[in-house]
Write a protein that binds this ligand. Sequence first.
Ligand SMILES: Nc1ncnc2c1ncn2[C@@H]1O[C@H](COP(=O)(O)OP(=O)(O)OP(=O)(O)O)[C@@H](O)[C@H]1O
Length: 235
Amino acid sequence: MSTMIAPDSAPGLILQNVSLRLNGSVLLSIDCDIPPGSILTIMGESGSGKSSLLDFIAGFLKPDFEAEGEVVLRGRNLSNVAAQDRHIGLMFQSPLLFPHMSVLQNLTFAIPPNVKGRQSRREIAEQALVDVGLSGFGTRDPATLSGGQQTRVALMRTLLAEPEALLLDEPFSSLDQTRRAEVRTLVFDLARKNGLPVLLVTHDEEDARAAGGVVHYLGANETENGCPLNGQPQR
Ligand SMILES: Nc1ncnc2c1ncn2[C@@H]1O[C@H](COP(=O)(O)OP(=O)(O)OP(=O)(O)O)[C@@H](O)[C@H]1O
């Protein structure tokens, strides 16, 4: 069943008849269209293939898997595009900041070399810290930041790389409930503001509700796929 969110919108991230097999059996199948600024939430039991789906989209599916189907991003078929050239931003449970760089260096490192405009790379990175409420944190060692602060830096580092889509794999799991709500609002707002199609993997129903889009259940009854949690029309 196709999980269509807004078929009349500009091209975002399209998964065309994607199917992953492991040891000869189908692990998952998905066919969906995530327009710019929309979030598709993927839920499913442990081992249903959520992370493997993100690996496939990002271009580093492990060789034990067989894959069929196409990933099309902004009209570009990524089948023969190397992972580093796909322009996809990733965020995981652990923020994975470079420990040997300051917070500001972590951010400037992410800015593409051909960045144009009046602002220097340093100014762009400093503005990013202001945008996430971390003004003055640039000289800090990432290890001295709280989990929520590290996640905010990781988010800005991902966005400064100018991705065309975001893949989020349980990015809020290390945060307590209050921080989790704050950070996910920030992530979703910035993704929408930047017009990015987002694929969110989560076990948390609150994350799915906050995302406000379609939920696709892996490993569940096919008829449940694409049903929004809040009962609203699929947009
Ligand atoms: N390199 C590998 N070789 C063989 N099997 C693998 C490999 N990597 C993952 N698997 C298997 O593929 C299946 C899907 O794994 P995956 O990590 O994608 O699931 P998941 O839905 O993300 O799980 P979780 O919610 O626990 O993170 C699991 O059964 C896992 O054991």
